[in-house]
Design a binder for this molecule. Structure first.
Ligand SMILES: *Cc1c(COP(=O)(O)O)cnc(C)c1O
Length: 364
């Protein structure tokens, strides 16, 4: 069985083995120290090293997206969101739900974000910019420089969901003037789900003070910030997931982060090259190294996904909404090798032939 999925991913043995560890109680100095070490390392990797604050929540990624909206925005704010797929739409829904004023830059799923999309929004009364830097539903990796320059020109807080890009593509908060980065344990960190992390810039922490509180009790960032110096959280965290993160960070440290990122890039480039040679269609917009979408004009994506799962125990990501039967997405993170990719492509060719020929036979 292999998971070519975006998260949870095919986990490495060192993180999968963690569940056998003897349990430690979390209200201890030992666990607090482990948390602090992990957070320090992640802050370094995320590029928020100067005046960082990194907190973590017991939730999936969306919990941290919502908590960010509810803590970092107030009723005077006005947000601009890039909405180019399911996760961009989710930011819009969360802002709507928390009654924060917002507009969106709407992109078709296969439309590349360009300078022209920003023009109508220059010099307006926006205060914050929200983006999922890799829109996982399409695979598009947005141009960070365009976003960074726009935010700088317009003096906006920049809030980035990097859940499907951190530890996958290059990412650096300081260099790009990012005020909030949201990540979660089951994507780039290749661990179990359950932990979402939020890295805050100094000026965002100052804004939290000015915002005067949040409607969220459980996810009140100030509670988390006041506990994190001891490596503690106000409420019970997913203890073992924190151990998995430790194990995974150790792997990254041993390989070196640049080599690690390069290994994901190599897998993605290899897959794309071979897939094209085999006649598969890959969209033209800029892609994250995390995944490759394959496009099927003839509406067979769901059949392929089911055949891969049922006949070969291979899991790839389906797509939601109107693309459900047109796109399937193959992830390149986690414990998969070039050999696994070869096998996946061999099987993909087989099932594509089965589905297409089967469909022809039905029409006869
Ligand atoms: C996976 C993902 C999320 C979070 O999804 P959860 O199911 O809540 O963990 C958010 N944003 C992006 C871009 C993602 O890829």
């Amino acid at each position: 069985m292999k998971l070519f999925t975006c998260g949870p991913v095919q986990m490495y043995k060192c993180t999968r083995d963690i569940y056998q560890k003897p349990y430690i109680h979390f209200r201890t100095k030992e666990f607090g120290n482990l948390v602090k070490d992990n957070l320090k390392e992640i802050s370094k990797l995320i590029g928020n090293s100067k005046e960082y604050s990194l907190i973590y929540l017991a939730s999936s990624g969306t919990g941290a997206m919502e908590a960010t909206v509810a803590n970092c925005m107030n009723k005077e704010d006005k947000a601009l969101v890039i909405n180019g797929g399911g996760f961009g739409a989710r930011f819009c829904e969360l802002l709507e739900h928390h009654a924060i004023k917002h507009d969106s830059i709407n992109l078709e799923w296969n439309e590349t974000l360009e300078e022209k999309h920003f023009l109508p929004f220059e010099g307006k009364d926006y205060t914050a910019f929200f983006v999922n830097i890799h829109e996982t539903t399409s695979g598009q990796l947005y141009d960070m420089k365009l976003i960074k320059d726009f935010c700088k020109r317009n003096n906006l807080f920049l809030i980035v969901d990097a859940i499907s890009s951190f530890l996958i593509d290059n990412y650096n908060m300081d260099e790009n003037g990012i005020d909030v980065t949201i990540i979660s344990s089951q994507k780039g960190l290749c661990c179990s789900p359950g932990i979402a992390l939020v890295s805050l810039s100094k000026r965002m922490i100052e804004k939290l003070d000015k915002n005067g509180g949040t409607s969220f009790k459980y996810f009140d960032f100030k509670d988390y910030l006041s506990n994190i110096d001891r490596g503690q959280t106000p409420y019970t965290p997913p203890v073992l997931t924190m151990y998995e993160i430790q194990a995974f960070l150790k792997v990254i440290d041993e390989i070196g982060v640049d080599n690690y990122l390069k290994s994901i890039e190599e897998k993605s480039l290899y897959f794309r090259k071979r897939a094209k040679e085999l006649g598969f269609t890959i969209p033209e917009y800029p892609l994250s190294n995390m995944l490759t979408p394959l496009y099927f004009e003839d509406d067979i994506a769901l059949d392929l996904i089911n055949l891969l799962k049922d006949e070969y125990q291979i899991f790839v990501n389906p797509c939601g909404g109107k693309l459900a039967n047109k796109l399937l997405r193959v992830s390149h993170i986690g414990d998969t090798s070039i050999k696994d990719i070869d096998y996946l492509l061999e099987v993909l060719v087989k099932v594509t032939n089965v589905v297409r020929n089967g469909a022809k036979n039905d029409r006869k």
